[in-house]
Design a protein around this ligand. Structure first.
Ligand code: CMP
Length: 138
């Protein structure tokens, strides 16, 4: 089933100049780039995006980091996009990520982990709608 998922090149990876290299790996893995833009989040916008983690101890650190500089949010499409992107990203903690995964290649810590990817169909729908309007997704 052709499916869409949502991803972000996070501020650490943008700062280090890894955006194009990450996009190249994503395209090499068979994902079609449906939509992408560069923007910066306010702290409140980052809190809205990560609201499911509001009670976690790392919420303030996470939302401060995600509002610390430009990001590239994007919508990606392929067969099994949600699960396949999570495989390509690797473990949340780059120290545990396998060789060849985006986090092994580009991330430095569990907080500054280079990329985000939706974990399920309902979260992908919420996350795509949080960043993109229907006219940007044709
Ligand atoms: P992401 O896939 O964007 O979804 C939630 C994020 O929370 C996750 O990536 C990590 O960057 C972050 N996160 C998870 N656990 C921790 C932690 N222990 N400390 C800081 N950030 C974390």
């Amino acid at each position: 089933m052709v499916q869409r998922t949502f991803s972000i090149v996070k501020p650490d990876a943008v700062r280090k100049g890894f955006t194009a290299a990450i996009l190249a790996e994503v395209e090499k893995a068979g994902f079609k780039l449906v939509s992408i833009k560069r923007m910066s989040l306010s702290k409140a916008q980052a809190e809205g995006f990560y609201y499911v983690h509001a009670e976690r101890g790392f919420f303030d650190e996470l939302t401060t980091f995600m509002s610390s500089g430009p990001i590239f949010p994007m919508v990606l499409e392929k067969e099994n996009a949600i699960a396949d992107l999570r495989k390509l990203m690797g473990a949340t903690d780059p120290a545990k990520a396998e060789e060849g995964t985006l986090r092994k290649m580009f991330a430095s810590s569990i907080g500054e982990n280079a990329v985000h990817g939706s974990d399920a169909e309902d979260t992908a729908a919420f996350e795509i709608g949080y960043f993109f309007a229907g006219l940007e997704l044709k």
